[in-house]
Design a protein around this ligand. Structure first.
Ligand SMILES: CC(C)(COP(=O)(O)OP(=O)(O)OC[C@H]1O[C@@H](n2cnc3c(N)ncnc32)[C@H](O)[C@@H]1OP(=O)(O)O)[C@@H](O)C(=O)NCCC(=O)NCCS
Length: 143
């Protein structure tokens, strides 16, 4: 499996996955902005086409996973775990001490996915999403 940094020619496939998977997808302008400004932490899983992606940002205090998605017919094959493994190694190399993310309270699958990678729930953020659903903040210390 090839996990690599995104290229301009991948963005259409990334957006197709984003729109297929999320009820409130990131608009193309935001995805383009993240590509232009945070390319080294914008990863794709390329397995004869883009099957998943992960977008993160970071500073010296923390890494923040903004989005991760795997095509629905490619789930449970280890693609999500491989994307997370790559970003965690990269952030560790940058001496980032902790990684944070938000997840919908009702997204049990994603919550177990993150827990399987050592993330723990910390805060509960009521009304976090556009439709009023709450989020859990999950964090993992990596140093
Ligand atoms: C969350 C998501 C990225 C996981 O990607 P994936 O490629 O299917 O996950 P993997 O195959 O790498 O699974 C890794 C681990 O997650 C857990 N996991 C995966 N699918 C699971 C499921 N259906 N139920 C419970 N745990 C699951 C397992 O512990 C698994 O570890 P194992 O393979 O050692 O058993 C994917 O399901 C997805 O795109 N979901 C929709 C988008 C989404 O919800 N994104 C997160 C928003 S915060």
């Amino acid at each position: 499996m090839m996990i690599r940094v995104v290229e301009a020619s991948d963005l259409l496939e990334v957006l197709q996955i984003e729109y297929a998977v999320f009820k409130f997808p990131y608009p193309p302008d935001l995805v383009n902005f993240l590509y232009a400004n945070y390319r080294e932490t914008f990863l794709v899983a390329d397995i004869g086409g883009i099957k998943g992606f992960l977008i993160a940002i970071y500073d010296e205090e923390e890494g923040h996973i903004l989005s991760i998605a795997v095509k629905d017919d490619c789930r449970d094959l280890g693609i999500g775990k491989a994307l997370m493994g790559h970003i965690m190694s990269f952030l560790r190399e940058q001496a980032v001490p902790l990684v944070r993310l938000e997840v919908r309270k009702g997204n049990a699958r994603a919550i177990s996915f993150y827990e399987s990678m050592g993330f723990r729930r910390t805060e509960h953020l009521p009304d976090y999403y556009e439709d009023g659903e709450a989020a859990y903040v999950m964090i993992k210390h990596i140093r």
